[in-house]
Design a protein around this ligand. Structure first.
Ligand SMILES: *Cc1c(COP(=O)(O)O)cnc(C)c1O
Length: 399
């Protein structure tokens, strides 16, 4: 008899995006004359950079010629992409070896798959509110999960507590959904906590390219000794607009060593290599050539133009909210504005208000954890025109 993984019974049904879509389509059907502006999207909207398209087109042509055709590639990615990433990291002061970087089809997959190399006996520390993937992937393994609260008291940047014993810690900076970004001093405290407790930090840097101040770390590996206690998960989705193209990477430093329950030491880099070579067959050659181009100096320049477009949208949004007196977080180092719902409204009450009174769609904060209740996420991924119009409606409607 095949029994199923009963941990799946412990997952909460996620109705968030389905509920939003349902409410929006019902409203649109009842009010066909109204223009609805969607600022709930957590997806990029700008097209791929020209040099990325050129590199992928060239790679497609190579695949059609006998001499340059390629079959299976290395599971952990081609060296040309490792080398491009080594050079990219060097631009913000981080030295990596090629074999510390593992190319994948995205950070969401790696977030889920990385659970393979940790014991189910670990206690997992997860911020609240946060990207729901960290929580659900660990519920699927039946692990003990504890939360650290983000709120106005810590500017949505929870800090380590010596009374809390955690084995695996998820950090996301700049954060989805709050837009908050840890300073170097704050990350030093997390690294110190992890080293003291032999814990491992899983650092999600998906929004590193949005960091607008060189003093704010774009990688946890700018912190001394982080290579002894951290794995970095990153993605080309937000950096280069690869949400549909699919490519990401995970950095597992060779200095990262932890024990089995009976005391044998294992290098996590070797474990991850073994995991990937066993269960994964690599990212398409064509996509990796596109990613290589995106991390070249010309690619970085072109991708930055798209990021600058979203950053300008975020600036317009912050300028609007400043006029309303509504308290908000994020926007500076992130494409997300995380705002406190006005007049004590709950997340869903504010959702209904924005949709029905102003025809604007956002994401209720309660969808990102209990501590997200009373907050709301808007994104800067919309078009300039829609962002400007939405903010005019908000400024006039909430004065
Ligand atoms: C968008 C996002 C990712 C990227 O996921 P991909 O699978 O690479 O598209 C990872 N983490 C967070 C917090 C995100 O918002």
């Amino acid at each position: 008899m095949a029994f199923v993984n009963e941990n799946y019974c412990n997952l909460k049904e996620s109705y968030l995006f389905a509920d939003i879509a349902h409410k929006v389509s019902a409203y649109a059907a009842a009010h066909p004359d109204k223009k609805i502006i969607r600022l709930g999207i957590g997806d990029v909207t700008r097209p791929l950079a020209p040099c990325v398209v050129e590199a992928m087109t060239k790679a497609v042509a190579e695949m059609g010629v006998q001499e340059t055709f390629r079959g299976y590639g290395p599971e952990q990615g081609y060296d040309f992409l490792h080398e491009a990433l080594v050079k990219y990291y060097a631009t913000f002061g981080v030295t990596l070896d090629s074999d510390e970087i593992f190319i994948s089809d995205g950070a969401k997959s790696d977030c889920g798959n990385i659970t393979d190399i940790f014991s189910n006996a670990n206690t997992i520390l997860v911020p609240d509110p946060v990207y729901p993937v960290y929580l659900d992937t660990n519920i699927m393994c039946g692990r003990k999960i504890i939360f650290m609260a983000g709120g106005p008291e810590n500017d949505f940047l929870p800090m380590p507590d010596d009374n809390v014993k955690a084995d695996v810690i998820y950090l996301c900076s700049p954060n989805n959904p709050t837009g908050a970004a840890y300073t170097k001093e704050q990350l030093e405290k997390w690294v110190a906590y992890a080293l003291k407790n032999d814990a491992v930090i899983l650092y999600d840097a998906a929004y590193e390219a949005f960091v607008a101040d060189p003093a704010i770390p774009r990688s946890i590996f700018v912190i001394e000794d982080a290579k002894k206690c951290a794995i970095e998960l990153c993605s080309m989705s937000k950096t280069c607009g690869f949400t549909g193209t699919r490519c990401g990477y995970t950095v597992v430093p060779k200095a990262l060593v932890r024990k089995t329950a009976d005391g044998r030491e294992l290098q996590l880099n070797k474990m991850w290599l073994r995991r990937q070579t066993t269960k994964f067959n690599g990212v398409p050659y064509i996509v990796q050539r596109g990613a290589e181009a995106a991390y070249s100096p010309q690619g970085v320049k072109e991708c930055r133009e798209n990021i600058a477009y979203y950053q300008e949208n975020a600036r317009i949004m912050m300028e609007g909210f400043d006029k309303t007196g509504i308290k908000y977080y994020g926007g500076v180092h992130s494409p997300y504005i995380w705002l406190q719902c006005p007049n004590g409204m709950t997340s869903w009450e504010f959702f209904d208000f924005l949709l029905e009174k102003l025809q604007i769609v956002g994401t209720p904060g309660a969808g990102f954890g209990a501590k997200g209740e009373g907050y709301f996420r808007l994104t800067a991924f919309g078009s300039r025109e829609n962002t400007i119009e939405a903010m005019e409606r908000i400024v006039n409607g909430l004065k």
